[in-house]
Design a protein around this ligand. Structure first.
Ligand SMILES: CC(=O)N[C@H]1[C@@H](OP(=O)(O)OP(=O)(O)OC[C@H]2O[C@@H](n3ccc(=O)[nH]c3=O)[C@H](O)[C@@H]2O)O[C@H](CO)[C@H](O)[C@@H]1O
Ligand SMILES: [Mn+2]
Length: 341
């Protein structure tokens, strides 16, 4: 085929035109991304000080070299262990506040344990996830004895009736089943995160958003200095909570666990099934649901661990590594308060 020189020039011009057009389209697409659609900095021409008036976050510069050296603040699977001084309280709260989340908090007050509710709730209002949306779920067989406590804005309390029992072991252990059912029926529609706490306790200092994570457990205050063979895990292979002497990371307290709703749902479901399997085999684990919780967390590692600051015991003298007691079990007269001894 033969092209005249005019036609050649025309084709050349056409190609140059197409290349320029493609270049322009490409340029304006990326320009748009940079200018706002992707980075949302559409107010680029506004001077920095005005632009960032509401978004600037001022806090102490994090250090790579200086920090707590008296405690370990990370597990071998790289989950943080939350100790005072390892986080910036205002910074973590700010990050989680922007997500507008709701935290469910379950607490059981069966039989005489309703007596613990007032202190639990009043101190929670002072220290527990202050300025966050919190929904308390109080499980009790005595709804009329639930005290009325003034709740701050964004906080709500539901009372859910549950049966009583003449064995404290059963009350404690059945929490897994009852929490599982409550998540299914109600809580999953009303919250994002959940904490399941013992009622015979008080808050003494800040418990904030640093405690939130996918799956959260607390290190038991009586066992954090012990070797694993001294942990009070269930040691009989006949129980589904069995943990051999040469296994185990930490001893977790049954009084505090939490995380995302779906994670805690699975945890309670598995523990409930294993408690029921044990019951069918006429075996009760050494520390009921706490033993099953420990077994679950050994094979399903928590993504965040709370230090014993988050579960102290009023009977225990404060140790030097515990700089602040945030939540602690009160001293109770077991014979007086429990249905059986
Ligand atoms: C610090 C810690 O980890 N404590 C654990 C431990 O002893 P505790 O001495 O802390 O057990 P506990 O008597 O506090 O019972 C656990 C919880 O069950 C509820 N309750 C219990 C009895 C009753 O009559 N009414 C009632 O409502 C209540 O919410 C109480 O806080 O062993 C328990 C039984 O295995 C649980 O594992 C606890 O979490
Ligand atoms: Mn307790």
């Amino acid at each position: 085929m033969h092209f005249s020189s005019n036609a050649k020039q025309f084709v050349l011009l056409l190609i140059v035109g197409i290349v320029l057009l493609l270049g322009y389209v490409h340029y304006s697409f990326f320009n748009e991304r940079l200018n706002g659609v992707w980075f949302d900095s559409s107010n680029r021409d506004i001077p920095v000080d005005k632009d960032q008036r509401n978004t600037r976050l001022l806090y102490k510069q994090p250090s790579v070299l200086a920090g707590r050296t008296d405690v370990v603040a990370v597990t071998p699977w790289l989950a943080p262990i939350v100790w005072d001084g390892t986080f910036d309280p205002d910074l973590v709260d700010t990050i989680y506040k922007s997500m507008n989340i709701t935290i469910a908090t379950t607490v059981f007050a069966v039989g005489k344990y309703v007596l613990f509710l007032r202190d639990f709730l009043e101190t929670a209002e002072k220290h527990f996830l202050v300025d966050f949306n919190v929904r308390y779920y109080v499980f009790t067989d005595r709804p009329d004895d639930v005290p009325s406590v003034n709740l701050s804005q964004g906080r709500h309390l539901s009372v859910i009736q549950v049966p009583g029992s003449n064995r404290w072991q059963e009350i404690s252990a059945r929490r897994m089943e009852i929490i599982q059912t409550a998540i299914e029926r109600q809580i999953s529609r009303e919250a994002d995160y959940i904490f399941c706490l013992d009622v015979d306790s008080k808050f003494h200092a800040r418990w904030g958003a640093e405690s939130l994570g996918r799956l959260v457990a607390v290190i038991h205050p009586w066992f954090y200095q012990a070797t694993r063979d001294h942990f009070t895990y269930e040691r009989r292979p006949a129980s589904t909570a069995y943990i051999p002497m040469d296994e185990g990371d930490y001893y977790y307290a049954g009084a505090v666990f939490g995380g995302l709703l779906e994670e805690v749902y699975t945890l309670t479901k598995v523990c409930r099934n294993q408690l029921e399997e044990d019951a069918r085999n006429s075996i009760e684990a050494a520390w009921q649901e706490e033993s099953h919780l420990n077994r679950y967390l050994l094979y399903n590692k928590p993504s965040k661990l709370l230090s014993p600051e988050y579960q102290w015991d009023d009977k225990k003298t404060k140790t030097k590594e515990v700089k602040v007691i945030r939540f602690s079990s009160v001293v109770k007269n077991y014979a007086e308060i429990r249905p059986n001894v």
